[in-house]
Design a protein around this ligand. Structure first.
Ligand SMILES: *[C@@H]1O[C@H](CO)[C@@H](O)[C@H](O)[C@H]1NC(C)=O
Ligand SMILES: *[C@@H]1O[C@H](CO)[C@@H](O)[C@H](O)[C@H]1NC(C)=O
Ligand SMILES: *[C@@H]1O[C@H](CO)[C@@H](O)[C@H](O)[C@H]1NC(C)=O
Ligand SMILES: *[C@@H]1O[C@H](CO)[C@@H](O)[C@H](O)[C@H]1NC(C)=O
Length: 795
């Protein structure tokens, strides 16, 4: 909310997603810190926190907690719209996010009580949103369609090239500029006007955060205007600073000149993706642009000029990422049936492992996942060891990394490793994995035990590594994605932080079941057994389990607190509304129904309450407001009731009168020997006449009394009593006057009841009619929920 940003700047947290998984000392955090209205702090763990006032108390929240709050809010919004609980989610992150940043986002989803099915790259989400509805993609065996996606948003610029076939999407390459976005373009304007207004009006704008924030907002608006209008545009801000109004002008060509340096950065990532994917410009079928900043004409031009073709805007620039996430969530969630769409992503930075090698007497390392390796993916590494050992994972080309620390996990300790019974090294298989969230882990380890009785056999032969020598203490093998499932399912290691792996298991299930076979069947031939080994993880900036649980608990408390606060506010608002409503009506529609004295004292009471609401009553517990309202209502209720009665009474009398008239008409017709009624019994008709006359007398009596009575007093007779009288009369007379004629030519028509009992039958009709309508709409709702997603309108 824009005005909130300015009026409560210190307590309004925005643009915080870039601090996920970063230490407070991170140079990036340090650089950003100065331009924020809210305060960043160093938490005891060393990570970045945000300081705000919460319930009149200073609090330091972790980034995970703040994102957790945002997600909680989004969850509530979705739940209110869908009228059902929301648990599963897919969250997008920039494709250049590293392990620590992804883990941090994952923790935030847990704090919000969400089950994150996938952390997806923004670029990939966009590609999915593009591909899933396309009916004309090339068949699987045909040459894929290559599409470039260019996403320039508020803070970053991401480019990907993807290959599409029917039901399939493969990311071929990604490239990015992590700081090129709309914000940078706004900054150019802000800098310009800071200087311009500084000179012209002698203002030090940067010294006053509120003025600076306001300038940012105005510059963002101006930038958008310039995208549509190339002429000179005014920049006016009233009461900008020290009560001074400021004004200036800007136009598109001047703006472009200022942004020359930024625009020059557009091309490099475009070139990079083509080079990485080994594609030529002619190989590209389309260039799709998304993200608000691609609306700047010069940015669009740069892109289309580079590729030598018009850019397409098939996708909604602001919503494409969110739609991609929703679709991915529907694909992964069992709650929806969506057409299959397989996604292969890739690893943006090479990942290596490092360990102490007893054979080589020093550190060894190995690049396990090279750049642009497909993901998710697992590999099995084999070590020959006699004792527990430690692996260290890190990004092996720190220069490419938009993050200061290349370490992923400093410490994956493979425990309980023992030598073979003959004292030689044991074979230890370690599985490393980049999972569906793009998070790296040493996911399992097992020790291959060779049994004494089988010693004459060479077990390694089955692995086609019979020639392996003892000194060779390590080898790497690529596991097929399918095979690892059997192993993974055996794993139940307490140390292994299981949440991500579990989700992946459920996602990959359908694929893996086909090859799922008893794990022992294969191993038995080898005459070895494998023993699972526990792994201890120590990750950089990982929130501990205890801490996470505490955060989850705190989030729950804050949700409760918000709920109580909302109820309290609602109770207060109810009092305020009642005061205004009553005051209006007392000199309006209620005026006739209250004596002048009562009206004056009630009005006074309402005024007192209004004043109280702004003074002592401003901040009271919920019950106080509830009691206040009850007190006011004891005065207001009788007036309201008298008004209500006077509204309903004439109609009730009228209905009764009509009823009486109808019966009298029948009686007269009978007496006149109308053949329609010649089957009726004379005594019965006399009973009708008597009842109708009595009712008439009753009605006239009541009408008389009521007409003499002041409206400021409770009425002599209530509308509901008159209605009861009408009913009573009908119950006596209806059976008589509607008695069917014994024998007639057109029984149907004759049986049609005369008008008097119309209302009774009518009611029945009304009910059955509305039931049908309900059933119909229920059926419609059901078909809607059963509908497959691709047919759904997701607007
Ligand atoms: C928040 O962090 C700052 C800086 O580390 C510290 O001085 C302050 O005491 C912390 N406040 C709370 C409430 O923990
Ligand atoms: C561009 O802005 C100017 C100045 O506000 C205005 O007079 C003109 O009508 C605008 N042109 C278009 C095409 O909107
Ligand atoms: C834009 O502004 C510059 C500098 O103020 C001026 O020289 C130029 O004529 C303007 N261009 C248009 C199209 O208004
Ligand atoms: C995108 O996400 C995947 C996880 O699906 C991750 O492995 C990979 O690092 C990301 N790819 C890119 C190109 O950033």
């Amino acid at each position: 909310c824009h005005s909130r940003v300015i009026s409560n700047a210190k307590n309004t947290v925005q643009s915080f997603k870039r601090f996920h998984g970063r230490a407070f000392s991170d140079p990036f955090v340090q650089a950003e810190k100065t331009s924020l209205a809210y305060e960043l702090v160093q938490l005891p763990t060393g990570s970045t926190g945000i300081k705000v006032m919460y319930m009149e108390e200073e609090r330091n929240f972790t980034i995970e907690q703040v994102t957790g709050m945002l997600l909680t809010k989004l969850k509530e919004t979705a739940e209110n719209a869908l009228k059902k609980p929301v648990v599963d989610c897919v969250v997008s992150v920039p494709c250049f996010y590293t392990d620590a940043e992804r883990r941090s986002v994952m923790d935030a989803t847990q704090i919000a009580g969400l089950n994150c099915l996938r952390i997806i790259n923004e670029t990939t989400a966009v590609a999915l949103a593009y591909g899933i509805y396309k009916q004309d993609l090339p068949a699987l065996e045909e040459k894929p369609r290559n599409v470039v996606f260019v996403d320039m948003g508020h803070s970053a610029y991401q480019v990907s090239v993807c290959a599409f076939n029917k039901g399939k999407l493969k990311v071929l390459a990604t490239a990015f500029d992590t700081t090129l976005g709309g914000r940078k373009f706004d900054e150019m304007l802000v800098e310009y006007f800071c200087e311009e207004f500084g000179k012209k009006y002698k203002l030090d704008i940067k010294s006053k955060i509120r003025a600076l924030l306001r300038l940012y907002q105005e510059c963002e608006k101006l930038k958008k205007l310039m995208s549509a209008n190339a002429s000179d545009l005014p920049m006016n801000i009233e009461c900008f600073m020290n009560d001074i109004d400021v004004s200036g002008t800007m136009n598109r060509s001047k703006f472009l000149e200022m942004c020359d340096g930024l625009l020059a950065r557009v091309e490099a990532p475009l070139r990079s993706v083509l080079e990485q994917a080994k594609l030529k410009k002619e190989d590209i079928y389309a260039v799709e642009i998304v993200g608000g900043t691609t609306r700047i004409p010069a940015v669009k031009e740069k892109i289309s000029k580079f590729f030598g073709k018009e850019v397409s805007t098939t996708l909604n620039a602001d919503e494409a990422v969110a739609r991609g996430c929703a679709l991915q969530c529907a694909i992964l969630s069992p709650a929806f049936k969506v057409r299959e769409f397989s996604i292969t992503d890739l690893i943006p930075y090479p990942i290596s492992l490092r360990w102490n090698s007893p054979a080589e007497e020093g550190l060894s390392d190995c690049e396990v996942f090279p750049k642009n390796h497909p993901a998710p993916f697992s590999k099995v590494l084999t070590f020959y060891r006699k004792e527990p050992f430690t692996l260290e994972a890190y990004y092996s080309s720190p220069k490419e990394l938009p993050y200061p620390d290349p370490a992923i996990g400093t410490h994956f300790l493979v425990q309980k490793v023992t030598p073979q019974t003959d004292g030689s090294s044991s074979k230890v298989k370690v599985k490393v994995r980049v999972n569906i969230h793009g998070i790296f882990s040493v996911s399992s380890a097992s020790l291959v035990e060779v049994h004494k009785s089988d010693e004459n056999e060479e077990p390694m032969e089955t692995d086609q590594h019979a020639k392996e020598e003892e000194v060779m203490d390590f080898k790497m093998q690529v596991d097929q994605e399918e095979q690892q499932k059997t192993e993974e399912q055996q794993q139940a290691q307490p140390e292994n932080k299981g949440e991500s792996e579990e989700m992946e298991t459920s996602q990959a299930d359908s694929k893996d079941k086909k090859v799922d076979q008893p794990p022992q069947a294969k191993k038995a031939k080898v005459k070895t057994t494998t023993v699972d080994l526990p792994i201890e993880n120590q990750l950089v900036w990982q929130i501990g389990k205890d801490m996470l649980n505490l955060f989850i608990e705190n989030e729950g408390k804050m949700i409760m607190q918000d709920k109580l606060e909302k109820e309290r506010n609602d109770a207060k608002n109810a009092v305020e509304e009642y005061v205004y409503d009553m005051r209006d009506k007392l000199c309006g529609i209620y005026e006739k129904f209250v004596t002048e004295d009562d009206r004056n004292s009630f009005t006074l009471k309402l005024e007192d309450t209004e004043n109280w609401l702004y003074e002592d009553g401003e901040d009271q517990p919920k019950q106080v407001y509830i009691d206040k309202l009850t007190e006011l209502k004891t005065l207001g209720q009788p007036i309201q009731a008298r008004f209500q009665e006077s509204e309903e009474r004439p109609k009730a009398f009228e209905d009764l009168g009509k009823q009486i008239q109808q019966y009298m008409k029948t009686v007269h017709a009978f007496k006149a020997k109308d053949e329609q009624y010649d089957h009726l019994d004379e005594a019965d008709v006399a009973k009708v006449e008597k009842s109708a006359n009595e009712a008439m007398e009753w009605m006239n009596n009541k009408l008389n009394l009521q007409n003499k009575r002041s409206l400021t007093l409770d009425p002599v007779i209530k509308a509901k009593d008159i209605q009861a009288k009408t009913k009573e009369l009908a119950s006596i007379c209806n059976p008589i006057v509607t008695k069917p004629k014994p024998k007639v030519e057109l029984p149907k028509e004759e049986q049609k009841p005369p008008e008097p009992n119309g209302p009774v039958e009518g009611q029945g009709d009304g009910n059955s009619g509305s039931q049908t309508a309900d059933e119909q709409s229920a059926a419609a709702a059901q078909t809607a929920t059963e509908k497959k997603l691709p047919e759904m309108d997701i607007d």
